[in-house]
Design a protein around this ligand. Sequence first.
Ligand code: CP3
Length: 345
Amino acid sequence: MSSSKIKNDLFLRALQGETVERPPVWMMRQAGRYLPDFMKLKEKYPFFERVQNPELATEITVMPIDQVGVDTAILFSDILVIPQAMNCEVEMVPGRGPVIPNPIRSLSDVEKLITPPAEESLDYVMNAIVHTKDALANRVPLIGFAGSPWTILCYMVEGHGSKDFSTAKGFCFSQPKAAHLLLQKITDMTIDYLKAKVKAGCDVIQVFDSWGGLLSPEDYNTWSLPYMRQIAQAIKPHVPVILFGKGCWYALNDFSEAGASAIGVDWTLSPEKARGIVGPDVVLQGNFDPSKLLSPIPVIEAEVKKMIDGFGPQRYIANLGHGILPNIPVDHAKAFVNAVKQYSA
Ligand code: CP3
């Protein structure tokens, strides 16, 4: 593993369960959104050009390292490059988000999807990783990521963002065979993709199950967890894997048993309760409410201390409970990061 050469390896040591001098800190969706320099690039280049051009992806990935001081980078990309590689078109419409012009609605739609080798079909991601690792010069580790198969299915079937993804859920409940075939195809493509990302240089992998919380605990065990487990099992022998399920408080122990090196927690669960569920040995990550970064800075500082006290400073990675929002002032994001760095029990 390339990690031994990394200068700030706090994040990697915490992921391995080692005792550390303070919790490492990063923010989901830190590469983009709220940074003024990112907004400038956003005005100049369409979304997928920023994703596909290695120089632009690198520039955006490195921004929060230099400007906010987080302990790890996360590659600028998107979870929806997977459907694109499978020959399911995805457009990013400004002001609307992802749009899939021809959503998947039948078994024959699923059968037509391809699962080409990621090293070729997503070569631009691998190029961006190599380029980013070069620019990082071993200052901090690099996280690669993918969406969970369930969350990817939500977009591929619904055709766009949604509050309830009821078309996607209806597809699973009415055409379970087609839905499981789709989930397995996404899983196979994702495993190949994440292995290629690790080979290209990613030090850690995080899987985002952004829409897992739309499922009941029982349905989660049918439609999401088995596929998350396949991914964790395939990638864990190579690098640490973080499993994050938004709204999936009921699945924390399942994630642990599935092989997660660390488990993401959102703010609907208190740090104490999360720690109580998994016990002292499991590495947890989270869970600051992203909107709370709009609080006055002294409040952010006090709340961060409370959060770390609640999780305990060991086997813990400080983060938000979901992605940072576009309207967060940069100095508030910095205050969050600095409050973690200054933590003392
Ligand atoms: O730190 C980072 O921001 C790194 C890159 C990153 C993006 N998307 C860039 C992006 C990451 C980690 C993602 C993951 C992602 N993409 C998720 C999982 C995490 C989460 O927030 O739940 C999901 C569900 C998506 C799908 C997606 N992509 C949506 C719903 C949207 C539109 C709304 C939005 O801003 O989130 C996107 C577009 C997108 N992906 C943008 C960025 C910076 C904004 C559009 C733009 O910059 O033009």
